[in-house]
Write a protein that binds this ligand. Structure first.
Ligand code: FAD
Ligand code: AMP
Length: 475
């Protein structure tokens, strides 16, 4: 007899585990099914984000940044370090320890909240009075009965058809986060968030990194001023070699290196690297879910179709996170998970996709929320723009991180903030002020009239707001 649950969540990434925790908090009998196994072959909760995404990438970014500081930044403080060296296996082991602590932590949170954690692949078996979800784990199988189902099966890396991942020479994100030595020459296909973060890590540790991007521009999703500054910093200061507008035509594996052929600058070119990271985006993961078994609608690109409330075409079946429309970001997945659990409980819940912050954890960090200047221009919206550099901020100077700026865009008539864009130190933290302000429909004048601590990086946000009205104080 299948165990019955009020809520069964499929997937324990940030969308799924948070949905399960919230459902349990609301008093529902909840189970969460997940099939992820780590490199040691052990079930590991937390999905892409905790195992092979957000958390391990930030761990490696921090290690490599510390190395960079020792090599190139400590000298200015009068600190000299002889024969600085990086032990990559120790760095990777530290990353794995952080991952294991967090994935284990989710198991603990499940126990605390009485969420039944079930390992295996969840498959829709039948629909009738509720849903039967079969959980397959190798030769073992069990069934769960669910009144409500939340699908949070996430995403998987896209491979290039002519360059399948092999875990050695051609790497996806998991491979890029587990390299045991620094490749002398590293190729990265795709100058998106993942490509730039991974490229930064290995560049700082000594690789010669070449990034090949198909689109003609660099970081086209970001505000144009930010993208321009980022390209300058990443190429001139960090030393990434970036080729945009290229068409990769083949990837050939040789005994110990990879040869990448591409069209760029009107001619055929070749790049030989010791290792290639393919970071051309991620696709929704609905493989093996049995969507067709129950008639769950999936669109042409493989995303589960949902309305604004994450309801699918099936009654009492919801989908959240990377497997549905919207930005593929962990915090977006989590908020959708919470909102869906609350909707099942009959509560009003809402997630404003217009104000989801984006962050790229390069150095300097990049973060933004809301509209870009180019999108406002294209839409014919009248706006005013204010910009202020970290160079003129005491805290940024003291930190030795003067690169970058904050740019604020506000409606020309109402002064309502339409977008905030940051490239600079701790942009990931600073962006929160802008998100809160925009959620409360603040104007640039509101930010300009709020007291900001001195000396702090947040003063750059304050001055950017003053700059909208052309009245900066410190420049
Ligand atoms: P996932 O985290 O992908 O989790 C889905 C889970 O479901 C997985 O464990 C999967 O194995 C399991 N699953 C799939 N199908 C089934 C099934 N049928 N049965 C059982 N289990 C199943 N986002 C940020 O916001 N900030 C960052 O800094 C950031 N950095 C990133 C760095 C990298 C290298 C990568 C790859 C991603 C990064 N992301 C970041 C994106 C973030 O990881 C995703 O947006 C987030 O993990 C999506 O959460 P999710 O719950 O939708 O899916
Ligand atoms: P993201 O969506 O942030 O993971 O970024 C993926 C990046 O890869 C985007 O900038 C895409 O334009 C880029 N991209 C996608 N396909 C290719 C390709 N075949 N060659 C080079 N870059 C690509």
């Amino acid at each position: 007899m299948a165990e019955s649950y009020d809520v069964v969540v499929i997937g324990a990434g940030p969308g799924g585990y948070v949905a399960a925790l919230r459902a349990a908090q609301l008093g529902f009998k909840t189970a969460c099914i997940d099939n992820f196994k780590n490199a040691a072959g052990k079930p590991s909760l937390g999905g892409t984000c905790l195992n092979v995404g957000c958390i391990p990438s930030k761990a490696l970014l921090e290690s490599s940044e510390n190395f960079e500081r020792v090599l190139h930044k400590f000298g200015a403080h009068g600190i000299s370090v002889k024969e600085a060296a990086i032990d990559v296996p120790t760095m990777i082991a530290r990353k794995q320890k952080i991952v294991d602590q967090f994935t284990g932590g989710i198991a603990g949170l499940f126990r605390k909240n009485k969420v039944a954690s079930v390992h295996g692949t969840g498959v829709f078996a039948s629909a009738g009075d509720g849903y039967t979800i079969e959980v397959r784990d190798g030769a073992k199988s069990q069934s769960l009965q669910a009144k409500n189902v939340i699908v949070a099966t996430g995403s998987v890396p896209r491979a290039l058809p002519f360059a399948p991942f092999d875990g050695e020479l051609v790497l996806d994100n998991a491979g890029a986060l587990a390299l045991e030595s620094t490749p002398k020459r590293l190729g990265v296909i795709g100058a998106g968030v993942i490509g730039l973060e991974m490229g930064s890590v290995w560049r700082r540790l000594g690789s010669e990194v070449t990034v090949l991007e198909a689109l003609p521009g660099f970081l086209q999703a970001a505000d144009e001023a930010i993208a321009k500054e980022a390209l300058k910093v990443f190429t001139k200061d960090l030393g990434l070699v970036v080729h945009t507008g290229v068409q990769v035509t083949s990837v050939e594996k040789r005994s110990s290196f990879v040869s990448v052929a591409y069209e760029g600058g009107g001619k055929s070119q070749r790049l030989d690297v010791d290792c290639l990271i393919v970071a051309v985006g991620r696709g929704p993961n609905t493989q093996g879910l049995g969507a067709e078994q129950v008639g769950l609608k999936v669109d042409g690109r493989g995303f589960i179709e949902v309305d604004a409330d994450c309801r699918t075409n099936l009654p009492n079946v919801y989908a959240v996170g990377d497997v549905v429309r919207g930005p593929m970001l962990a915090h977006k997945a989590m908020e959708e998970g919470v909102a869906v659990a609350e909707r099942i409980a009959g509560q009003a819940a809402h997630v404003n996709l217009d104000h989801v912050p984006w962050v790229i954890y390069t150095s300097p960090e990049i973060a933004w929320v809301g509209r870009t200047e180019q999108s406002l221009r294209e839409a014919g919206v009248k706006y005013r723009s204010g910009q202020f550099p970290f160079m003129a901020n005491g805290r940024a100077r003291a930190l030795g991180e003067p690169t970058g700026f904050v740019k604020m865009l506000a409606d020309a008539d109402t002064d309502r903030i339409l977008g905030v864009h940051i490239i600079g130190p701790f942009a990931s933290e600073l962006i929160s002020e802008a998100v809160v302000a925009m959620e409360f429909d603040a104007s640039s004048e509101d930010i300009a009239r709020i007291v900001h601590a001195h000396p702090s990086l947040s003063e750059v946000m304050h001055e950017a707001a003053l700059a909208v009205d052309k009245r900066t104080l410190h420049i």
